[in-house]
Design a protein around this ligand. Structure first.
Ligand code: SF4
Length: 268
């Protein structure tokens, strides 16, 4: 399929090479329009997304997600880089693989993507070492999570998964995931020379969350006050969507964007 710059396309992403190759085999067999990006993703016509996803799901193929395909000046480079992408050799490494399980447009910026990927093992023991190595990281030993930013991308490391918000596109996401894997493996190899850091650098308080809420105590969210909502939100017991004024009133749209970014950064 040739890309026509006047039409809408979407990128469909698969969790691993096996699923990606199976999907592309099905699309070829069923004579379906698609453009190969790599074993992990294809571009399809936007108006046929539902139909194509249904064909793939009927064949038991797993899909991590889809998002709008955006033309960029470096489109050619995008395809070349994707074609040459090779995962690092996993032999003898602490972390052997990271599997991409969910991809969607960012809530605060639809031109960026957010994603969830799973590690093949628990990395909890490495988090304090990573906290010592990554400048400006925020470590929460009770969760446990480690949050940091990389050129505006927001990265949250958990025990068995990583979430990334504001990645530029799927290629950017793969590169960042590869860097994370490399960083975890190098930190593990070098852990005897690193003093683990258990310090929690940044704490976001309920009062700070409260500052971004409408502060009307309208109770639509089911809480008695906005502050109670903020406390529950921090504990992961409330969702931003429950605050209707924040979600629907245009005068709070900037606050809403900031809150979503904060939620992504906190992994809530
Ligand atoms: S819905 Fe929003 S504005 Fe109303 S009480 Fe809950 S948090 Fe406050």
């Amino acid at each position: 399929m040739e890309i026509d710059k006047n039409k809408d396309y979407e990128i469909v992403v698969f969790p691993n090479q096996d699923e990606g190759l199976k999907a592309q085999q099905v699309l070829i067999t069923k004579d379906t329009d698609f453009k190969h990006i790599s074993t992990l993703a294809v571009v399809i016509p936007g108006e046929r997304r539902q139909e194509i996803c249904r064909i793939l799901l009927e064949e038991d193929i797993l899909i991590s997600g889809y998002y709008k395909f955006l033309y960029r000046d470096y489109e050619k480079d995008f395809f070349n880089k994707a074609k040459n992408y090779k995962p690092a050799c996993p032999e003898g490494e602490f972390l052997k693989s990271i599997t991409l399980c969910y991809v969607a447009p960012c809530m605060a910026d639809e031109k960026k993507i957010r994603l969830i990927a799973y590690f093949d093992r628990d990395i909890t023991e490495i988090l304090p070492y990573l906290n010592a190595v990554i400048k400006g990281a925020s470590y929460n030993k009770n969760a446990p999570t480690l949050t940091y930013t990389k050129s505006r991308r927001i990265i949250n490391l958990y025990n068995i998964k990583v979430t990334i918000a504001k990645a530029n596109d799927i290629l950017d996401a793969w590169e960042v995931l590869d860097e994370i894997k490399d960083l975890i493996n190098k930190t593990y190899q070098n852990r005897e020379n690193i003093k683990p850091n258990y310090e929690e650098k940044i704490k976001i308080t309920a009062l700070q969350i409260y500052g971004w809420l409408p502060k009307t105590n309208c109770r639509i969210c089911g809480e008695a006050t906005c502050l109670a909502f903020a406390v529950k939100f921090l504990q992961g017991e409330q969702k931003l969507e429950s605050c209707l004024p924040l979600s629907t009133d245009l005068k709070f749209s900037e606050n809403k964007n900031i809150m979503y970014e904060m939620a992504e950064a906190l992994g809530i």
